[in-house]
Design a protein around this ligand. Structure first.
Ligand code: PLP
Length: 450
């Protein structure tokens, strides 16, 4: 479509007047006005088109405006827009069936929510009621959402303003070899020490007080760190030993992102509860949920589940889930994510790392990768300090601006850029995006010392 800066200016003016944005100082932001989106791209009103290497908030796994999903939403809107959760409705039943078909083990019952935070909120509630215990353990390097339990479980600085002593949350260190909290030098050491640290934490907290351990199968926002082989199996064993519920949060890692339906499929570890959102329908209509094991579901066979939502299993959202999962299956979208990761993004980023002193490490799988930027490759000092803002964060701001000038929309988190295009990204698009990153990294290289 032809550029229309006048329309863009009107959209922006109304936004600045009336829209209150997430996580932001309202007077310091300048949200770009976006006119449209298709596949791996979106564009503004001024004629700028961006290759979306962020998948928005790592959710558009099937890309923008997938025609089959758009049609399914339109058809459902014409048929039945909404219906209370107390009724059985065809698309809700079918969405639950298709999700349960893909979740591991006997996680065959689905509780629907409106997004990821509510999924986490309800998973923890289920674990607490099921065990009769108060506490939940989560990793420092984590993001679980912004509602009360979810933000308290979250490890990143967004928790600080909402920290509440009554949340019953205890944080621990999960493995991350590049910045090892355990001074480990190998994956095996990192795994063994992380497991010992978790076991010690449980001993000192009192196992009988702990309802759940929640982990992102592959931590996302916190830096896309695939766990060392054996870590998740070790956590599963610890949970079994103490009767602790294992919750795997697959809100970001699930539904194709890692090149498998769920990230847990890489390590074959089965949680008691699995939370999902984002990729389940690429966010075309808000939805998330919890997949529940037979044992935990049975707790609520004769006893009411103390939770619910007006829009639980919303028909429009469920219709988009059915269409999304069907399209992903028919079009081999999960396999595409795996192939792009193995053949294009992985090798491409490793080459980029060799050329740029500011790249300390690249890691990931599928279409889920992090590029860790450093000021000093020897000491691994991050390019900007943890939680930097203002002038201290300027190197990352400048890097992001250079990427955008190249026509790529990056996902920049602290000292990292995450490479998280849609699972539908083509090899040519992925190569284009990597070439733009490659060029923009000169901005980061300029800050390298030593
Ligand atoms: N859990 C994980 C792992 C996430 O990455 C996110 C969002 O990024 C959430 C939970 C929260 O999801 P939502 O923003 O849909 O509430």
């Amino acid at each position: 479509p032809a550029p229309d800066p006048t329309a863009g200016a009107a959209v922006k003016a109304a936004d600045r007047a009336h829209v209150f944005h997430s996580w932001s100082a309202q007077g310091q932001i300048d949200p770009p006005a976006i006119a449209g989106a298709e596949g791996s791209y979106f564009w503004d009103y001024d004629g700028n088109r961006f290759l979306d290497f962020s998948s928005q908030l790592v959710n558009t796994n099937i890309g923008h405006q997938h025609p089959k999903v758009v049609a399914a939403i339109q058809e459902q809107a014409a048929k039945m827009c909404t219906l209370a959760p107390g009724f059985a409705v065809d698309v809700r039943s079918e969405a639950a069936r298709l999700i349960a078909q893909r979740t591991p083990g006997d996680l065959d019952k689905i509780f629907f929510t409106n997004g990821g935070a509510e999924a986490v909120e309800n998973a923890v509630r289920m674990a607490r009621v099921h065990t009769g215990r108060p506490k939940a353990l989560s990793a420092y390097r984590s993001y679980h959402g912004a509602t009360n339990a979810a933000i308290n479980l979250t490890g990143d600085p967004r928790r600080w303003a909402s920290d509440s002593a009554s949340a019953g949350v205890v944080h621990f260190w999960a493995p991350f070899l590049y910045r090892s909290p355990f001074h480990a030098e190998t994956e095996e050491q990192e795994r063994d020490r992380a497991l010992r640290h978790l076991a010690d934490t449980i001993t000192f907290e009192g196992p009988q007080t702990i309802a759940a351990i929640i982990l992102e199968t592959v931590p996302g926002t916190a830096g896309i760190m695939p766990p060392p082989p054996g870590y998740l199996a070790g956590v599963r064993e610890i949970c079994d030993q103490y009767g602790i519920v294992l919750i795997l949060d697959e809100v970001m890692a699930g539904f194709g992102r890692t090149g498998r339906w769920f990230a847990r499929d890489h390590w074959d570890v089965t949680p008691d509860l699995l939370t999902f959102a984002k990729g389940v329908n690429s966010g075309y209509v808000p939805i998330g949920g919890v997949a529940i094991s037979a044992e935990i579901a049975a707790t609520f066979d004769q006893r009411p589940y103390p939770g619910g939502l007006t829009y639980s299993g919303h028909p429009l959202a469920c219709a988009s889930v059915v269409a999304t999962l069907t399209a992903m299956e028919e079009e081999g979208i999960v396999d595409n994510a795996a192939a792009i990761g193995e053949q294009v993004i992985g090798p491409g980023l490793r080459e980029i790392a060799e050329r740029h002193p500011s790249v300390g490490e690249v890691r990931g799988l599928g279409v889920f990768w992090a590029v860790e930027l450093v000021r000093n490759p020897e000491t691994r000092e991050p390019l900007v300090p943890y939680n930097a803002s203002g002038p201290a964060n300027q190197p990352m701001v400048d890097f992001a601006a250079a990427v955008k000038r190249g026509g790529l929309w990056p996902s920049v988190v602290m000292n990292r850029t995450h490479v998280v295009p849609p699972c539908t990204v083509s090899a040519a698009e992925a190569k284009d995006g990597l070439a733009i990153l490659d060029e923009a990294l000169a901005v980061a290289d300029a800050h390298v010392v030593g």
